[in-house]
Ligand binder design. Structure first.
Ligand code: FES
Length: 571
């Protein structure tokens, strides 16, 4: 194979070549690995601290088999593992750090092609952002969802049922002991959340973008066919190096448009808006917030999965998975888009068959009509935009005006949410602010705060909440998210006061605060930015450079790519 970049290392003569080869041989490799075959880096986000990714080291072995089989030389290396459940204050604070770390490792090492092993929410976009900036041939293998949770004979969805059980306990319908039993029934195998949360959404986005082999998003983590798929990915990346098939040729504007439409059809997470925007930024693909609304609007929801629906990823897999959805969307997609298979998106899914029409509905009989997906709002409260997941909201609240009850931190709200005298009615709009990229920092998934006890006791099940943070893809409720500019940079959200009337008009895509310009200007004069979170380290770098939600919350200096040329060779 001509012109492999790894040849500059392992094919070098003299002292440098000896150093490159000799130290690698301490792992017992025979000298054939230096014969000019493609070197495939397997970037793994495995860690026992990232439980959703805890099996990726085994999946890597399957990838290696495939690479060896196809005549490549596989080398596994760790990239920052971000576990959604354990990392504080939020894994999102570190997505860009993973992307930056992985990008540098991919560029600095003698690699010709990349396999990206991800699973938990941020690991998929983080690795794709890195691969996009380096632009070496790359294929993604996500770790797959957990098996369906089961509690007392019923399906239990990761994340989604955490919220449900919490509400049940708060409302006195479930005891603490019952909740403890349910806790052990939820995560019963390796894998990521098996609802259509952010991990399942981003795995589906990777497949819709053409960066995963067809069907990869849905095989359960413990299914032998996931391991088979991983082996095939190892074979395929080795071929892709010969074809010089790179992310920039796959993740085009057309591919992003496909992903946005697929996201609407699967009822995917609002987090996809932020991650796809950041990924597009790395590739120089123009993508703005209104694109998500415009492209998603003609697409009905086809997949009946929690949190919007009834089923779970295992059911989605057995029904035929994402290829069925993509075939169903037909001309709503750019079927000619290139993919990692070397075939087009349309060719990949031409033979897809549906085996359960309750789980994947036909376009002619959708679960929810077109126009009920993620809506992008603008208005005096969100000049640069905000989003709401309509399918997770209560239809009666999509047009609503009510007085604001304002909290400067979710913790402030949690401290009083049980107060029977909290000045709150079903019409109240809860405002939780300073939760944006710079504000918290890291834009955590805190926006869907539980309802106050006073309303729960009165039988109220939903209310409008407005926040500059994010919401877990497994969550539900009438929650306006990603308000930009965020409060911490002086967006209008920072100026809202308790009692101000907030108007949400989703059909007309409006989010307004009913306060006059002059009054807002005078409040702005009295507003002071919050103190910086940190004087040093990553948090300082992050808060000084993070972009707003409508630009994907990437760091300003990481937008774009610098390719795979090594700036300087010291040898
Ligand atoms: Fe890892 Fe949900 S916590 S995917």
């Amino acid at each position: 194979m001509q012109g492999l970049r790894s040849a500059a290392w392992f094919g070098a003569s003299g002292r440098p070549g000896m150093v490159y080869r000799s130290w690698m041989r301490n792992q017992g490799f025979t000298t054939e690995v230096f014969d000019g075959r493609p070197v495939i880096g397997i970037a793994t986000t495995w860690s026992e601290l990232a439980p959703c990714n805890a099996h990726l080291h085994r999946l890597a072995e399957s990838v290696k088999r495939g690479v060896w089989q196809a005549g490549g030389f596989p080398l596994e290396f760790p990239a920052m593992a971000l576990g959604e459940t354990l990392l504080r204050p939020t894994a999102m604070l570190y997505r860009n750090l993973l992307a930056m770390e992985a990008e540098e490792l991919m560029r600095a090492n003698p690699l010709d092609g990349l396999v990206l092993l991800s699973g938990c929410d941020k690991t998929t976009p983080g690795l794709l952002m890195a691969a996009a900036s380096v632009d070496l041939p790359a294929i993604m293998v996500t770790g797959g969802p957990m098996l369906n949770g089961k509690y007392r004979g019923q399906d239990v969805g990761s994340g989604t049922h955490v919220w449900k059980f919490e509400e049940e306990v708060l409302a006195g319908r479930m005891t603490a002991d019952e909740c403890a039993v349910a806790e052990g029934c939820m995560a019963r195998s390796n894998g990521h959340c098996m609802t259509m949360g952010t991990a399942s959404t981003m795995a589906s986005m990777a497949e819709a973008l053409g960066m995963q082999l067809p069907g990869s998003a849905t095989w359960p983590a413990v299914d032998a066919r996931r391991y088979e798929t991983a082996q095939r990915a190892g074979q395929r990346i080795t071929e892709m190096v010969g074809e010089d098939l790179r992310p920039s040729q796959i993740m085009t504007r057309e591919a992003f448009e496909n992903a946005i439409r697929v996201n609407a059809a699967i009822g995917g997470s609002t987090n996809a808006v932020i991650h796809l925007t950041a990924m597009a930024g790395r590739l120089g693909v123009p993508l703005s917030l209104p694109d998500f609304d415009d492209l998603g609007r003609p697409v009905p929801t086809l997949v009946d999965l929690m949190p919007s629906g009834r089923f779970l990823m295992e059911d989605f897999c057995y029904a035929g998975g994402l290829p069925v959805v993509m075939r169903e969307l037909g001309d709503l997609l750019h079927t000619g888009a290139r993919t990692v298979t070397g075939r087009t998106a349309g060719e990949n899914v031409a033979g897809a068959e549906c085996f359960n029409r309750e789980v994947i509905r036909p376009l002619t009989d959708p679960l929810m009509p077109a126009g009920t997906g993620t809506a992008v709002l603008r208005g005096s409260l969100a000049p640069d935009g905000a989003v709401i997941k309509q399918s997770a909201a209560s239809p009666r609240l999509l047009t609503h005006s009510g007085p604001a009850l304002v909290f400067d931190a979710p913790e402030d709200y949690y401290a009083v949410m049980g107060d029977p005298d909290l000045p709150v009615t079903p019409e109240t709009v809860l405002v939780i602010r300073y939760c944006g990229p710079r504000g918290y920092p890291g834009m955590p998934e805190v926006s869907n705060v539980p309802l106050p006890r006073k309303l729960l006791d009165a039988g109220v099940t939903d209310m409008v909440r407005v926040c500059d943070g994010r919401m877990s893809g497994t969550a539900y409720g009438t929650v306006v998210l990603h308000v930009a500019p965020e409060a911490a940079v002086g967006g209008p959200l920072a100026l809202v006061q308790t009692g101000d009337i907030i108007t949400l008009d989703v059909p007309n895509r409006v989010l307004d605060v009913e306060v006059g310009e002059a009054e807002l200007a005078s409040r702005r004069d009295g507003w002071k930015p919050p103190e910086p979170h940190a004087g040093r380290g990553w948090v300082r770098l992050y808060t000084e450079h993070v972009l707003q939600a409508d630009r994907g919350a990437d760091l300003d200096f990481l937008v774009g790519g610098s390719g795979h040329e090594v700036p300087r060779d010291s040898h």
